[in-house]
Ligand binder design. Structure first.
Ligand SMILES: NC(=O)c1ccc[n+]([C@@H]2O[C@H](COP(=O)([O-])OP(=O)(O)OC[C@H]3O[C@@H](n4cnc5c(N)ncnc54)[C@H](OP(=O)(O)O)[C@@H]3O)[C@@H](O)[C@H]2O)c1
Length: 272
C-alpha cells in the first residue's frame, strides 16, 4: 500500500520537514518510516540495535532525504535526551511514539524488573517525548503526534495485564491530548491495531493468530492524522473492535481472556 500523492502533499505541508519515528528498525515503525520517506520527510529514526537501524537508514536514503539515526534505549532517561538533542535546530513537525513491546503470561510469575522496564518504554518515554515536542509544536503553531495504542487498550487483558494497562494509558493520554492541543494547531492520533506480524510476538512470547502484515498499517494510520483522533487500521482489527463495542466491559475482559489465553497457550504446555 502507498499513500496517494494528495495525502503525501497534505502531510508534508502540515507536518514537514522532519519526522521522528521511535522504534523505526522493524515492524510498524519501519513501515511508518518507509511511508514518510516516500512522502519526502527527513527522518530522525530511533531503536536500540545499531546494525539494524543503520541498514534501515541506508534503505530509506534512496528517497533522497536526510536521515539521522539515534541508537538509544528509551527505557533510560538519556535515551529520550539523545533524541531531543539530535532534533535541536531541525524543523520537526511530526512525532511518532511507536517504540514499545509486550510481555505475557501470569503477572504473578513475571519478573518485576522487566514489567517496570515495559512501563518505562511504553509509557514514560512517550510521556517525556510528547511533553517536549508538544511544547515545541505549540510554539510553532503546527505539528502532529501519533501514538501506538492497541486493541488491548480498551479493557483488562488477562495474561497480558501490564502490557494492556500500558496501552490503556496511551489510549487515554492520546484522546485527552487531542482535545488539549487542537487549539494550538497540533493534531493527535491514537492508532489501535489488532495483532500484527512483527518482532512483537517473539519478544512478548505470544503466538498470535490472524496477524496483519505491517504494510497494511502505514497508509491508514498516516492518512488518518489530522482527519480523526482514533484509527483502527486493518479489516480484522475493525471487525474485532465493532464486535466488542457494545459488549459490557466485564464480558470484554472474558473475551480477551480467551483470545490472549490462546496466544499464550504454549507457555502452559511448555511448563506441563
Ligand atoms: N505487533 C502487534 O501485534 C501490535 C499490536 C498493537 C500495537 N502494537 C504496538 O506497536 C508498536 C510497534 O510494535 P511492533 O509490532 O512493530 O514491534 P517490533 O517489530 O518488535 O518493533 C519494535 C521497535 O521498537 C524498538 N524498541 C524496542 N524496545 C526499545 C527500547 N527500549 N528503546 C528504543 N527502541 C526500542 C525495536 O528496535 P530495537 O529492538 O532495536 O530497540 C523496534 O524497532 C509497539 O508500541 C506495540 O506495542 C503492536
Amino acid at each position: 500500500m502507498t499513500l496517494s500523492d494528495q495525502t503525501k502533499q497534505r502531510l508534508k505541508t502540515q507536518y514537514g520537514d522532519w519526522a521522528i519515528v521511535t522504534g523505526a528498525s522493524s515492524g510498524i515503525g519501519l513501515e511508518l518510516a518507509t511511508q514518510l520517506a516516500a512522502a519526502g520527510f527527513n527522518l530522525i529514526l530511533n531503536a536500540r540495535n545499531e546494525e539494524r537501524l543503520l541498514t534501515v537508514e541506508q534503505q530509506l536514503k534512496s528517497h533522497n532525504i536526510d536521515i539521522k539515526s539515534v541508537v538509544a534505549d528509551l527505557s533510560e532517561k538519556d535515551g529520550m535526551e539523545k533524541i531531543i538533542q539530535v532534533a535541536q535546530g531541525l524543523k520537526v513537525g511530526l512525532l511518532i511514539n511507536n517504540a514499545g513491546y509486550g510481555t505475557s503470561g501470569l503477572f504473578v510469575d513475571a519478573l518485576l524488573d522487566s514489567e517496570i522496564n515495559l512501563l518505562r518504554v511504553n509509557c514514560e518515554a512517550v510521556l517525556v517525548l510528547s511533553h517536549f515536542f508538544a511544547q515545541k509544536f505549540k510554539q510553532q503553531g503546527r505539528g502532529g503526534i501519533i501514538f501506538l495504542s492497541s486493541l488491548v487498550a480498551f479493557q483488562g487483558v488477562p495474561y497480558a495485564a501490564n502490557y494492556a494497562a500500558s496501552k490503556a494509558y496511551i489510549q487515554s493520554f492520546a484522546e485527552a491530548l487531542a482535545i488539549e492541543l487542537k487549539p494550538f494547531g497540533v493534531d493527535v492520533l491514537a492508532a489501535a491495531p489488532g495483532p500484527v506480524e512483527s518482532g512483537f510476538g517473539q519478544r512478548a512470547n505470544m503466538q498470535m493468530d490472524n496477524a496483519m502484515s505491517p504494510d497494511q498499517l502505514g497508509v491508514p494510520i498516516l492518512a488518518a492524522l489530522g482527519k480523526q483522533t482514533n484509527v483502527v487500521p486493518g479489516l480484522l482489527s475493525k471487525v474485532l473492535t465493532y464486535a466488542l463495542r457494545t459488549a459490557p466491559r466485564a464480558i470484554k475482559v472474558k473475551i480477551m481472556e480467551k483470545v490472549m489465553g490462546g496466544f499464550t497457550q504454549h507457555q502452559r504446555s511448555e511448563i506441563a
